[in-house]
Design a protein around this ligand. Structure first.
Ligand SMILES: Cc1cc2nc3c(=O)[nH]c(=O)nc-3n(C[C@H](O)[C@H](O)[C@H](O)COP(=O)(O)OP(=O)(O)OC[C@H]3O[C@@H](n4cnc5c(N)ncnc54)[C@H](O)[C@@H]3O)c2cc1C
Length: 455
């Protein structure tokens, strides 16, 4: 392939596409607004290790990642908790985000891609309703394809002609507004459960988000607070940190640094393609909507895109010629994420009393979770006990209001899954118009219903 491709944004979505397309012979240039060494976040996040193999990439060296820590889910009243079973070593890992970026950059350079740091690309060049390039600090540069990997609030996506039906901006209700801070650990203090380093409180202080307080590999305390629909105020942050401190004695008041960041918690965009343009990663809302995890799913989405282009020998990057990649992405991931999007809209608004009950040990136990999540050959998996699951069903039957809530959520989620699996196989403007209207309406309707029930 001898095409000129601009990748705007050095996140993992953009970089996986850059590496694979450059390896296939394309002339790839990556534009990143930040300077070298300043890209991405100064912390670790969690992913499944197999994503590298799935994307045909070598496993990163040991200095990039550590084993994912063990997690405890705590109820909103902070009285009940469930241990999340840990998978066998290195099935899930926590890469250092900045080292992960370096790993991608090295692979992209080895594949022949050109990397340009410190270039903020804010304008597409559009001729006859086709994207033909970008405006750089050197002036207009022409490309056969512009890959938009600039994130959920992409300024490039907003400029596309209406006819492609590409959603311009996410709604606030599709965003999790996070505050993340790192503190020194109080010497000698132990975590909430002394054998678990990461503690996440669901609906922390009755918010529609979570709060976590984790002891990290570096011996510091990693705090995350979040909220759907609007950023937390400074007073709310103070209040919620004080609550975490009262519960978790490791948290000192010596702050090292903090950052306010939005996360996309919305199911995939209805359509990410226009002639000469494709959005990948968070730009196409390719996150797992429950938690906003988008490293792995963005890598998968970008890999599916690059493989599709290479396997189908796409030379003319029209929306129609690229669309097949998104149909495959939806089949493998996107449709399931539509279901999770609906689950998230309901679950974060559950009355706290249900979550308190579910995590109190009266509904499921650590052993039930281990039995469900661990593989049969894992020696930590408990033996099946007669009545393990029928007891759960009986408990649900005797708690009808909780059961109705779960059933409603499941029903709406399955409906969303069914709509999403019917993504049009063939691209036409008429199909896109109908599909994007139907799919977006479904999400808006579920959001409205979940919000109404929460009142
Ligand atoms: C607090 C927090 C915790 C998270 N935890 C997890 C987790 O545990 N697991 C997980 O999988 N995901 C997690 N995520 C989500 C994850 O960070 C994103 O989903 C993922 O990074 C998206 O990748 P991306 O490649 O689409 O974009 P990004 O990683 O957002 O990269 C976009 C890049 O584009 C650059 N850019 C933006 N605009 C321009 C422009 N105009 N010109 C040039 N360059 C530009 C940016 O500087 C950036 O480098 C977390 C996010 C946050 C904020």
């Amino acid at each position: 392939m001898d095409k000129k491709i601009a990748v705007v944004g050095m996140g993992q979505g953009g970089m996986v596409a850059a590496i694979k397309l450059a390896r296939a012979g394309a002339q790839v240039t990556v534009f990143e607004r930040y300077l070298e060494g300043k890209v991405s976040y100064p912390w670790r996040d969690d992913i499944t290790a197999s994503v590298f193999e799935d994307c045909g990439l070598p496993f990163p060296s040991e200095d990039v990642y550590v084993q994912k820590a063990n997690w405890l889910f705590v109820s909103p009243d902070e009285k009940g908790a469930l241990r999340v079973p840990q998978f066998p070593p290195l099935v899930e890992i926590s890469p250092n985000r900045q080292k992960l970026t370096e790993y991608f950059v090295n692979l992209a350079k080895d594949a022949g891609a050109n990397i340009r740091y410190g270039e903020n690309i804010e304008k597409l060049v559009i001729e006859n309703e086709r994207v033909v390039g970008i405006e750089t600090k050197n002036g207009i540069e022409n490309y056969d394809l512009v890959i938009d990997a600039t994130g959920m609030y992409s300024k490039l996506r907003e400029q596309l002609p209406e006819k492609y039906c590409v959603q311009k901006t996410p709604s606030n209700l599709d965003t999790m507004f996070a505050y993340r801070a790192f503190f020194k650990k109080n010497e000698g203090a132990e975590t909430f459960f002394s054998d678990v380093s990461n503690t996440m409180i669901l609906r922390h202080m009755d918010s529609d988000g979570i709060g976590w307080c984790n002891l990290n590999e570096e011996g510091n305390v990693d705090v995350l607070l979040c909220n759907i629909s609007r950023p937390l105020t400074d007073e709310e942050i103070e209040e919620r940190i004080a609550d975490l401190r009262a519960m978790n004695p490791i948290l000192s008041d010596e702050k090292l640094f903090d950052r306010k960041v939005p996360l996309s918690v919305r199911a995939g965009i209805a359509t990410p393609v226009a002639d000469g343009y494709v959005a990948l990663g968070d730009s196409a809302f390719m996150t797992i909507p429950i938690m906003g995890s988008g490293i792995e799913s963005g890598m998968h989405g970008a890999s599916i895109f690059a493989d599709y282009v290479i396997e189908n020998d796409v030379q003319d990057f029209t929306a129609e010629n690229m669309w097949g990649f998104y149909v495959k992405y939806f089949k493998d991931y996107g449709a399931g994420f539509a279901l999770l999007d609906i689950v998230r809209r309901h679950a974060l608004r559950f009355n706290s009393k249900y979550i308190n009950w579910a995590l109190s040990g009266k509904f499921v136990t650590d052993d039930t979770l281990k039995f469900i999540m661990l593989k049969k050959d894992d020696e930590r998996r408990p033996k099946y006990k007669f009545g393990m699951f029928s007891a759960i069903i009986w408990k649900l039957i005797f708690y009808p209001s909780f059961m109705c809530t779960i059933l409603r959520m499941a029903g709406e989620g399955i409906h969303a899954l069914s709509v999403a699996t019917h993504i049009p196989k063939k691209y036409s403007f008429k199909n896109m118009g109908k599909w994007s209207k139907k799919y977006n309406k479904l999400i808006e309707k579920c959001e409205a219903k979940a919000a109404k029930r929460a009142k």
